[in-house]
Design a binder for this molecule. Structure first.
Ligand SMILES: [Zn+2]
Length: 391
């Protein structure tokens, strides 16, 4: 992740877009930053000059008349674009961006009641300012969600309590209908964050990888019937996978755990007992016990400390992330799955996974199911082709 500091619009793209793409060399030269977001460049490279031209032209046309006003506005805008930031912000690009953003928003506030093109540009800048503010709030939220341990838990409780206080405040100000509605939005948002394996609101979850390959992950093992078969299949297709293992099963079949590592695969933490029906509402103490016990079991039996954690069914609550982070684990979900743990027909599973499969995907598969072998063969045949670049 590239960090660019305090430039207004990049907040938006960082909050909504995640990774920033590097930009063309000419822009890097202008900004003197290692990278800028393409959208940010567009806004500042096009919108700022146009706004300056419209803002200056607006006054000059009133003073001098239409033709001389417009004619003078062009060189004056050019001068202003080059001189003003240099005089006020020196050569520091970061400050220059802030300066242009602040000046444009200030200008927009004073011209928001204008008609025509001036009003149009001022509304654009007010919209950018509002979105930037929302983006900043989102970034603060994301940062809060990265705090680990007890302080992370406390921050989350305070934030959720704070949201409820806002809902009550809305109730006092606008009536209880609005309060009910905001309460329902908060409850709906929390349900989504807890139950969706893909939601990033409660902390960072890896759904894809940066690698130009497909990552196969196999959950709920080890299993005395499936694990040896799946290992042979992976060897045959020369593919490595992450096995998210359940602590109790590792203890029951320690040789399988060690064999998975010996064949060059990785083991991830999938809790000690896999409480899939209740993990979403587990207390911080229980979550810690589940993850820590699994971590200890795997370390004791295989000698390695897992780096990745996957929650049962992908359900994470307010406390899962701070606890996993404290134990040195990053949370991994997936972006492709075929519901192989409940589906009886392997073709149906493959039909859900294969059509959109591409490099960088994380595929969720299960062992200890009647169709584990057929599903893995189907996925491996496609994975090898994609990893080779044939598809
Ligand atoms: Zn599982």
């Amino acid at each position: 992740m590239i960090t660019s500091h305090n430039r207004a619009v990049s907040t938006l793209f960082r909050a909504f877009g995640g990774m920033e793409e590097t930009n063309a060399a000419d822009v890097e030269e202008i900004t003197d930053q290692p990278a800028m977001h393409r959208g940010e460049t567009l806004v500042f490279a096009v919108l700022v000059p146009l706004t300056v031209l419209v803002g200056l032209g607006d006054y000059l046309v009133i003073w001098l008349g239409r033709i001389p006003g417009v004619l003078l506005a062009v060189p004056l805008s050019f001068l202003m674009l080059n001189l003003l930031p240099f005089l006020l912000a020196g050569k520091r690009p970061c400050l220059q961006w802030q300066l242009w953003f602040s000046l444009s928003v200030l200008w927009a506030v004073f011209h928001s009641d204008c008609l025509g093109i001036v009003g149009f540009f001022s509304y654009i800048w007010i919209a950018i300012a509002v979105m930037t503010f929302a983006g900043s709030l989102l970034l603060v939220w994301q940062r809060m969600m990265c705090v680990s341990g007890n302080s992370g838990n406390l921050i989350r409780i305070l934030l959720v309590a704070g949201l409820h206080v806002i809902a009550i405040f809305i109730g006092f100000k606008l009536g209880w209908g609005w309060a009910m509605m905001s309460g329902m939005v908060i409850a709906g948002g929390l349900c989504w964050a807890v139950l969706s394996p893909y939601c990033q609101w409660l902390g960072p979850v890896y759904l894809t990888t940066d690698h130009p390959r497909i990552l196969i992950t196999i959950d709920d093992g080890p299993d005395p019937h499936d694990t040896p078969l799946l290992l042979d299949l992976l060897d045959r297709y020369q593919t490595k996978a992450i096995f998210f293992m359940i602590g109790e099963k590792v203890r029951a079949y320690p040789d399988l755990g060690r064999e998975v590592l010996r064949r060059g695969h990785e083991i991830g933490n999938h809790t000690q007992t896999h409480p899939q029906a209740s993990f979403w509402c587990a207390s911080p103490w229980r979550i810690r016990r589940e993850i820590e016990d699994c971590q200890k079991t795997i370390m004791e039996i295989t000698g390695i400390r897992p780096r990745w954690f996957r929650a049962p069914v992908g359900h994470r609550n307010l406390f899962t992330h701070p606890i996993a982070t404290t134990l040195g684990l990053r949370v991994m979900a997936w972006n492709r799955r075929g519901f192989d743990a409940i589906e009886k027909n392997p073709q149906n599973v493959l039909a859900r996974i294969l059509p959109h499969l591409r490099a960088g995907d994380i595929v969720l598969l299960h062992e200890a199911t009647p169709i584990a072998e057929e599903v893995l063969i189907g996925v491996l045949e496609n994975t090898v082709a994609i990893n080779r670049g044939d598809r």
